[in-house]
Write a protein that binds this ligand. Structure first.
Ligand code: MLC
Ligand code: AMP
Length: 544
């Protein structure tokens, strides 16, 4: 935080933020943040209180983030695609003292309150004019919270005070709060100066969500700590990114799905030379999921840029990266540990850990240790203890290979229950738990299949509860009837997922099966299910 403040003092007149209709210098952004902090302090929240933020990317969100830091509060962004159940879990689990909500996300908050009525008592800061009509006791309008006179000095905080808590899915059904300190975020970002050669005359085109570490910790913090300008887009569109680069944006960070869309867009361009516009930028980086080598090559052919691929996690921030020199970037790899991080490859058993540090072409689970590591999973000492090995090594769960030069490639994940789609992490268990709520579902298994657009796509295999009373009744059904029933169940499954969870968690295919593959001990074998789907042995329905 103190480093962030230096950036504000150092270049008061330089543009910090450009967004639709708004350009704020560092001086103006800093001033707004200080006034917001004073307003927040006036609410009497103790240092370390969590402020949940459920709002789409907008300039006010940056004011809120910085104001919370100055007031010694912890920023807890919530995925704006989340529905009531998911939002309620985070508000409860984080023990949020306050929630900042905008108009677009107000329905999700209302759904959360339906799920957990006690959340109705949570004080709200409302962002947006129409919402003001809904003010209740304890609520404030964002605009009214600015104070002209309040204490403008930042609250003094130790470096290991929490700054950010990002919720991320795991192998269990419910998401966990990844708690970062001011030190872990600043240290991870400080490495970028040398690593990616970020400069204060750069402008970062930011179209990533601001509730994950990629857009928030690396994007927002990285840009501001380097005195750069943020070109903030309300959401990702190809046109928005290309226009922002045409307007002077020099750096774009994206997930592979965004690059796939940019490539298709550029190739479709009729009469426009979008490739030449993209070529004007200085640096393109990709992360959060594997960038297909073919897309790396296509992008280079079209724009001349070799995308810099890097790897990170909510828990570890930026961890491995290809080098700054374009010629040293290798497609299909994520490079080397970033300064301040060490990385090891350990055997896949996880029990009898064998350090294969000296082996050539090592392959196994990636363990990392270094400056950007989270402090803990919030309120979950058991999960925290389970995530670390002796010596402070964080067990990433990702399977990597490392070549003789020490360059890493991500080759898989230890758990099939974690799915990454379009850069979003999805817990198979969470979706399975939701689908089991349907009375007509007896068993369900959710898996991720390789997908060219999303990286992985979600498929659910469902065993229906049989309603037929006798086997004669079942065999009397025509195959058309059975097919229609299966279609109806698949539709119901997809509709239920959409009603309960963020829409990107919905299955994009549903297989209605008589049983799930299990071993002799009854253990579900998801790899057999994946193989059967890939071999075309199961009919996929209701592809959404
Ligand atoms: C949207 N949809 C998705 C999806 N995103 N489905 C699967 N996976 C996704 N990621 C669904 C929508 O719900 C919608 O469903 C349909 O696809 C069409 O949506 P769209 O409008 O075309 O998609 P869009 O809104 O443009 O979103 C695509 C996207 C977005 C790529 C811009 O997914 C995105 O912002 N991804 C980035 C995620 C990210 O920031 N990850 C970083 C994690 S941090 P329907 O049914 O409603 O039509 C991390 C660590 C690190 O991993 O170091 O990087
Ligand atoms: P999240 O919890 O959303 O932060 O997601 C972190 C996960 O994204 C990692 O554990 C990896 O599985 C995946 N990931 C991040 N970067 C890459 C990359 N460059 N290549 C492959 N997978 C990645």
């Amino acid at each position: 935080m103190h480093a962030l403040l230096r950036a504000f003092h150092g270049r008061p007149d330089h543009p910090a933020l450009r967004a639709a209709g708004v350009t704020w210098s560092y001086g103006q952004l800093g001033d707004r943040a200080r006034r917001h902090a004073a307003g927040l302090r006036g609410l009497g929240l103790p240092a370390g209180a969590r402020v949940a933020v459920l709002a789409e990317p907008a300039p006010a969100l940056l004011v809120a983030l910085l104001g919370q830091y100055l007031a010694g509060l912890v920023h807890v962004p919530i995925n704006t695609r989340y529905r009531g159940l998911e939002v309620a879990h985070i508000l409860r689990d984080s023990g949020a003292a306050l929630v900042l909500v905008d108009q677009a996300c107000a329905p999700a908050l209302a759904e959360a309150i339906e799920q957990a009525p006690e959340l109705a008592a949570l004080p709200r800061i409302l962002l947006g004019d129409e919402l003001a009509g809904g003010l209740r006791a304890g609520d404030r309008r964002f605009e009214d919270l600015y104070t002209e006179t309040g204490d403008a000095l930042p609250r003094a905080l130790p470096d290991d005070a929490l700054s950010l808590m990002i919720y991320t899915s795991g192998t269990t059904g419910k998401s966990k709060g990844v708690a970062h300190t001011h030190r872990s975020v600043s240290a991870a970002i400080g490495a970028l100066t040398g690593l990616w050669r970020w400069r204060d005359d750069d402008a970062l085109v930011l179209a990533l969500p601001l509730f994950h570490v990629h857009g928030l910790a690396i994007g927002v913090h990285g840009a501001l700590l380097h005195g750069m300008t943020i070109e903030l887009l309300p959401r990702f569109t190809c046109e928005g990114v290309i226009d922002a680069i045409a307007g002077g944006g020099t750096i774009f960070m994206g997930v592979p799905t965004m690059y796939r869309r940019l490539l298709d867009h550029v190739e479709r361009a009729e009469g426009r030379d979008d490739a030449a516009t993209l070529a004007r930028a200085r640096l393109f980086t990709s992360g959060s999921a594997a960038l297909p080598a073919a897309d790396f090559t296509r992008f280079e052919q079209l724009t001349g840029h070799r995308i810099l691929e890097r790897y990170g996690m909510s828990e570890t921030l930026l961890t491995l990266s290809n080098p700054a020199e374009p010629a040293r970037r290798v497609a299909g790899t994520v490079g080397f540990p970033v300064p301040g991080f060490e990385a090891r490859v350990v055997d896949e058993q996880g029990v009898n850990i064998k350090d294969v540090e000296d082996a050539e072409d090592a392959r196994g689970e990636l363990w990392v240790r270094g400056v950007g590591l989270m402090r803990e999973y919030w309120g979950n000492p058991q999960a925290t203890a389970g995530a670390f090995a002796d010596g402070g090594w964080f067990k990433t769960g990702d399977v990597v290979s490392r070549d003789r030069e020490g360059r890493f490639a991500i080759v898989g994940r230890r758990s099939v229950d974690i799915i990454k789609s379009g850069g979003f992490k999805i817990s198979a268990r969470e979706l399975e738990d939701a689908l089991l709520e349907l009375p007509e579902v007896a068993e369900v298994a959710v898996v991720g299949l390789p997908d060219p657009e999303w990286g992985q796509r979600i498929v659910a295999a469902v065993v229906p509860k049989t309603t037929a009373k006798t086997s004669a009744e079942t065999s009397a059904k025509t195959s058309a009837e059975t097919d229609a029933e299966a279609d109806a169940l698949a539709e119901a499954v997809t509709a239920h997922a959409r009603a309960r969870l963020a829409s990107y968690k919905k299955p994009r295919g549903v297989a209605i099966v008589a049983s799930l593959p299990r071993n002799a001990l009854g253990k579900l074998q998801k790899h057999r299910l994946i193989a059967a789907i890939e071999a075309g042995e199961l009919t996929l329905r209701a592809a959404g």
